[in-house]
Design a protein around this ligand. Structure first.
Ligand SMILES: [Zn+2]
Length: 502
């Protein structure tokens, strides 16, 4: 919590230099319609939106289509095989020479209502965050301003219904001010992002004409911890696998057989240690090969990103960081090799004096632009082979185990590549200019640390993506008590107004 306070203090000095006429119009509109905006948002949040809940998913889609149509936007539900419907909207602007696509998702993370302070699909307003003992308060009557530090609690209040309400409100404001769009605009609201977007690429590819655009603006995720607007030009890719190594057929008495039967846990530890050194450098041959270096603009953006390390280190009780003295934001520009879990025999009260029969580890690697997920796994497998292992992809037979001194099973391998849009492109520079005309100085990052399948979108419709989030960083996204700080919604409306009129 201490860090949040510091971040806030840092944020106070940065007042948006608001020169964008559409965002100015949005502010004026919002100030006189706060109750109606929150009311419409509550109606949307009250519909449960877990991707597998097909009935409610459709109710969400229908309501969002209606919200668009109410603003004169042509809307349709695009269906493809088993996919939840994509709500698509379109504004055709006479004389426009380009198309800007706004993406958000209306489904939310699965949840356990017992973990919530108030039911997840009964939105409430709290005067501040739960962590600061925020209390549920009644919505102020129309005409009375809301406290901008109050928060809306409900599933998807931030991730990712917030951009949807911000967009439709921005459309109201633009119209009321007599402003016009300059580009063709498309809206794509997905209904199964939190289920892994498994059908998105196929749906987009099957209806390519409906979804092409010069740029896709991905409206999802939180802004920077300093509360400054974030513009992210990419996301890391990811690939994972499990490895199991084998000892004796069954666990053996460590006294009767120790020093004789090979211990798979010891072998696994040695194998994993051979893959990464003390400074965090991955030792797999060719791991870093083909990585596209950052451009000068990208390097500058990383150098200029406000540091968060000191506060984070204190918050997380870290005695050291892996790539020191490099900062977190710098290290996120490189691939990572991470043990996400390990298992062999038992420990603690269940520990017994045995030589385990197997030892397993689960690995995930975050990839940067230029790396291919399949080739990366191949290189890791080759590394394991070079350590003397015979590689299998299913539990080995007795014969196989006796035929090879060392044997490793590799399973998994699913993943996708990183995407990164150049910050030097005219459209990239224009997006930054427009964002900053509405929201003041932004934090620009070549890539986010996490992974989003942006490549699937780029491949399916031949476009580029830039991610423009609006939620507060402390929004409990994906967890219980998800919330949206009202000032973030107000800022988001102004931001969307500016982007819709670029
Ligand atoms: Zn999301």
């Amino acid at each position: 919590m201490r860090c949040a306070i510091l971040f806030l203090t840092l944020g106070v000095g940065i007042l948006p230099a608001q020169v964008n006429p559409a965002s100015q119009a949005a502010r004026k509109w919002r100030e006189t319609h706060e109750r109606a905006i929150v009311g419409e948002f509550f109606d949307l949040l009250a519909i449960p939106n877990i991707a597998r809940d097909r009935g409610n998913i459709r109710r969400n889609a229908n309501l969002i289509a209606k919200m668009l149509e109410k603003r004169g936007v042509k809307a349709q539900l695009v269906e493809h095989g088993p996919a939840n419907p994509v709500v698509r909207g379109e504004i055709l602007t006479p004389g426009a020479t380009r198309t800007i696509v706004f993406y958000a998702h209306y489904d939310g993370q699965p949840l356990d209502p017992k973990e919530w302070a108030t039911p997840p699909f009964e939105p409430v307003l709290r005067d501040r965050s739960l962590e600061k003992d925020g209390r549920v308060v009644a919505l102020p009557p129309a005409g009375t301003p809301f406290d901008p530090e109050s928060r809306i609690y409900a599933r998807s209040a931030s991730d990712d219904k917030a951009p949807i309400i911000a967009i439709v409100t921005a459309l109201d404001a633009i119209k009321a001010a007599g402003l016009k769009t300059k580009s063709n605009i498309r809206f794509v609201f997905e209904g199964e992002e939190e289920a892994g977007s498994i059908n998105l690429e196929a749906l987009l590819a099957a209806h390519k004409d409906l979804f092409t655009g010069d740029i896709w603006l991905i409206c999802d995720g939180p802004v920077h911890q300093t509360r400054r607007q974030l513009v992210a030009f990419g996301a890391r890719g990811v690939v994972g696998f499990d490895v199991t190594v084998y000892g004796p057929r069954r666990e053996l008495h460590s006294g009767h057989y120790g020093n004789w039967a090979p211990n798979p846990a010891m072998e696994l530890v040695r194998l994993l240690a051979s893959m990464k050194d003390d400074t965090g450098h991955v030792l797999v041959d060719g791991f870093y090969e083909g990585i596209e270096p950052l451009s000068e603009t990208e390097k500058r953006a990383v150098a200029e990103a406000p540091p968060v390390d000191v506060e984070l280190i204190r918050e997380l009780w870290l005695g050291s960081t892996e790539g020191a003295p490099k900062k977190l934001v710098e290290l996120l520009q490189s691939p990572s090799f991470n043990i996400r879990g390990m298992a062999s025999s038992r420990i603690g009260d269940q520990a017994s004096n045995v030589i385990p029969s197997t030892a397993s580890a689960s690995i995930d690697m975050r990839l940067v632009k230029g790396m291919d997920h399949a080739r990366t796994i191949d290189r890791v497998v080759e590394h394991i082979r070079k350590q003397g292992y015979f590689i299998v992809d299913a539990d080995p037979s007795a014969e196989a185990r006796m035929a090879h001194p060392k044997i490793a099973k590799i399973t998994g391998r699913e993943g996708y590549n990183a995407a990164r849009t150049s910050m030097d492109l005219p459209i990239s520079q224009e997006v930054v200019r427009v964002v900053e005309s509405a929201r003041g100085p932004s934090v620009k990052l070549p890539t986010m640390g996490g992974s989003v399948p942006l490549v699937a979108i780029e491949r399916a419709v031949g476009t580029r993506t830039i991610t423009i989030p609006i939620a507060n960083h402390d929004n409990n996204q994906h967890s219980s008590n998800e919330n949206l700080r009202l000032q973030n919604l107000w800022d988001g409306i102004e931001l969307m107004a500016a982007l819709l009129t670029m």
